[in-house]
Write a protein that binds this ligand. Structure first.
Ligand code: FAD
Length: 332
């Protein structure tokens, strides 16, 4: 029987019920939950990458395991282990305040540290995998602990083993990152460079890069506290060079980026060009400043947002022959 509302725990702010809702503060809480409540189990961190399309028959564990601990250090690096329920942006701010580089481009990404490896979060030319060292996870079926090193995680573009073979099988309790004592910056992204130029900053500090990124993000993306959303709803589709060239002939202004020996198309451009930007239906909308972001435009039901997502997917497929797959995890 579903009886606990997940509305406060998802950034779309939609209502959906689950069977049990347990706050997890320690590994012992996980063992107790596995012994006390029946499966299936679902894990929620900040709820910023899920769409609850309906009620779920599951025991939901809300990861609240906190703490940032320095485990090891040498002349060049510091190894930190972080509780999976720690807020991601807090970790980035902590690293900057300790003058450790690697995470600054990932400033202001919502959500928890434990979720970061799941889709290998990325922004402004950097993915969390570049500093990732290892993680500790507990199996939701056996209760056994497993350590994953970088090679085990099979990180890719918004992808990892936790979205494929090991999807839904583990709760990540701790993640370790190797941060650099050398100031190691990546400002190759045009928007960052331009903004640094505007501010007449030639040799930026980690804090200045973070500030620029926070300001760019705040100007482009809706704040989930004000407008319910989960960031980019769709992934950018990867296509062959031939498929890209055939689209380029029809749409010379198409936006795409090289991706290995393939091309990554801008899903935002495809959706915008198909006429969806600013569209709203049944309380679900496409953000007026960013076609990749679906918003809660007054609905209580994630089903309305999922319907809009499916309508967009079908339209993009018909118009361009390209499938835009959700980046967001859809439940219920
Ligand atoms: C405004 C906005 C901007 C965003 N910008 C970006 C961006 O620039 N780049 C980017 O990559 N993402 C972005 N996102 C998406 C989101 O912030 C990330 O995916 C983030 O890592 C989700 O963290 P969370 O704790 O909220 O995960 P949740 O939404 O709680 O969960 C997401 C998935 O991870 C699983 N999960 C969560 N925690 C654990 C755990 N401890 N163990 C096992 N499984 C777990 C859940 O079961 C679910 O499948 C954005 C979202 C918003 C709302």
């Amino acid at each position: 029987m579903n009886k606990f509302s997940l509305q406060p725990f998802n950034t779309f702010g939609v209502d959906a019920q689950c069977s049990n809702l347990i706050k997890i503060y320690s590994e012992q809480d996980i063992y107790d939950t596995l012994l006390t409540y029946g499966d299936p189990y679902k894990v929620v961190g900040g709820g910023s990458n899920i769409l609850l399309a309906g009620d779920i028959e599951a025991t939901v564990m809300l990861n609240q395991i906190k703490g940032i601990q320095v485990i090891d250090e040498d002349d060049n690096h510091v190894l930190v282990t972080v509780g999976g329920g720690e807020n991601w942006h807090n970790l980035v701010m902590w690293s900057i305040s300790h003058n450790l580089s690697g995470l600054q481009n990932l400033s202001l990404i919502p959500g928890s540290v434990g979720a970061a490896p799941i889709q290998n979060i990325g922004a402004y030319g950097v993915e969390q995998s570049s500093c990732f060292h290892s993680l500790r996870a507990i199996s939701l079926t056996s209760g056994l602990t497993k350590l994953y090193y970088r090679e085990d995680c099979k990180f890719g573009y918004r992808d990892s083993i936790f979205k494929k073979l090991d999807a839904g099988k583990y709760i990540i309790t701790h993640v370790s990152y190797m941060l650099s004592k050398e100031v190691n910056i990546n400002v190759s992204y045009g928007a960052i460079r331009n903004e640094l130029n505007n501010r007449k900053i030639e040799t930026p500090t980690l804090k200045q890069i973070s500030n620029v990124i926070c300001d760019i993000r705040a100007s482009k993306l809706p704040d989930p506290i004000v407008v319910g959303n989960a960031g980019s709803f769709f992934k950018n589709p990867i296509v062959t060079i031939e498929a890209y060239e055939s689209l380029l002939q029809k749409y010379p202004e198409i936006v795409a980026f090289p991706f290995g020996d393939q091309m990554k198309l801008s899903a935002g451009w495809l959706i915008d060009r198909a006429g969806w930007k600013g569209h709203s239906q049944n309380g679900a909308g496409v953000y007026k400043n960013h076609a990749l972001v679906l918003i809660n435009d007054g609905t209580n039901s994630g089903g309305d947002i999922w319907q809009l997502a499916m309508d967009i997917q079908a339209d993009v497929l018909t118009k361009y022959g390209v499938e835009v797959a959700p980046e967001v995890n859809v439940w219920g």
